[in-house]
Design a protein around this ligand. Sequence first.
Ligand code: GTP
Ligand code: ZN
Length: 362
Amino acid sequence: MSLMPTMIELLARARVDLRMGLPVVLNGDGVAALAIASESLSSQRLSDLRNLGAVSLALTARRAETLKALVYDDDIARIALPDSADLNWVQALADPADDLNSPMKGPFHCLRDGDAGLHRLAIALVKSARLLPAALLVSVTDASAFAAEHGLTLINQSAALPLLDQSSPLHPVAAARLPVEAAEAGRLHIFRPEDGNEEHYAIEIGRPDRNAPVLVRLHSACFTGDVLGSLKCDCGPQLRGALAQMGTEGAGVLLYLNQEGRGIGLANKMRAYSLQDQGFDTVEANHRLGFEDDERDFRLGSEILRKLGFTQVRLLTNNPKKITMMEQTGIKVTERVPLQVGENDFNRGYLATKASKSGHML
Ligand SMILES: Nc1nc2c(ncn2[C@@H]2O[C@H](COP(=O)(O)OP(=O)(O)OP(=O)(O)O)[C@@H](O)[C@H]2O)c(=O)[nH]1
Ligand SMILES: [Zn+2]
């Protein structure tokens, strides 16, 4: 018997550590580093890090593009922390909120020697913790000894990378009857991933035939649209429209994936909205924050469908990527059912950007 945590458990712990402003120890192939999220960094921890050696800042190439910092490692930029850099300097590089007021942040000393693997791992970790994609790193010699001495979480690069890249198995936790406005015959199922991340839901309307294509909506959480009735997007009307159609047909499944803000989390989505207030569109705002346009993992949707016994769907969507992903993960899309509802004066530009930049069908 071993009570040692598995790498999945250590990754869950690392996400909490990073959100709390604690460093984690990364162990690579012949290299090791201490990594801490820029967003939750304190002045004290910054000076502790400096005492250990030369500190570098890991950013995504997307963020580096806005900052005009040189990228030598495809998707990752590494910037040496100047002696004069304080907490504000780090946060201004990580967070674009003030970019327009102080556009000239460089010149930067961008690192090109050595391997960027641990920087890439640090970015993947802070992204999975739903923080801004920026982290500080400082080399350490013996990762295991350092982690043990300081009581820090130790993450092994080769074991962690495949786990961060794949979607975690989901397991049904509970289900119960839930009559809703759209249909009295509703049933809500809760699914919990093994990796300790957020749970996802399936609302089953009626008792759909498992041997025929089922009407499905793959919905991503949108607190602002779903709950508050925000006019900036079309999520609320899409959610209610999909349920109404399922109610009318007497059968369907709505998957509610907790991937708020196209997978960047609500805090980062509000940062994106703040950039949109400055004039950037929905895609540009994500890029300036250092994210890709869409950070969601739609594989979760296929897995839930399979767990519920479905293999064929009529998919309510305007997003071709959802169709491709379903097909790639073994769910047959027999029909695309358009879902165009809720256009208004506030979201017209957002919908046009999704059509022109993200390939949405009109
Ligand atoms: N980052 C970011 N996320 C947004 C913004 N507006 C809405 N969202 C999120 O975008 C997602 C919209 O989800 P969906 O309606 O499932 O996705 P879709 O890709 O538009 O596809 P279909 O509606 O199926 O055509 C939700 O997670 C929202 O929170 C935005 O401006 N920035
Ligand atoms: Zn929305």
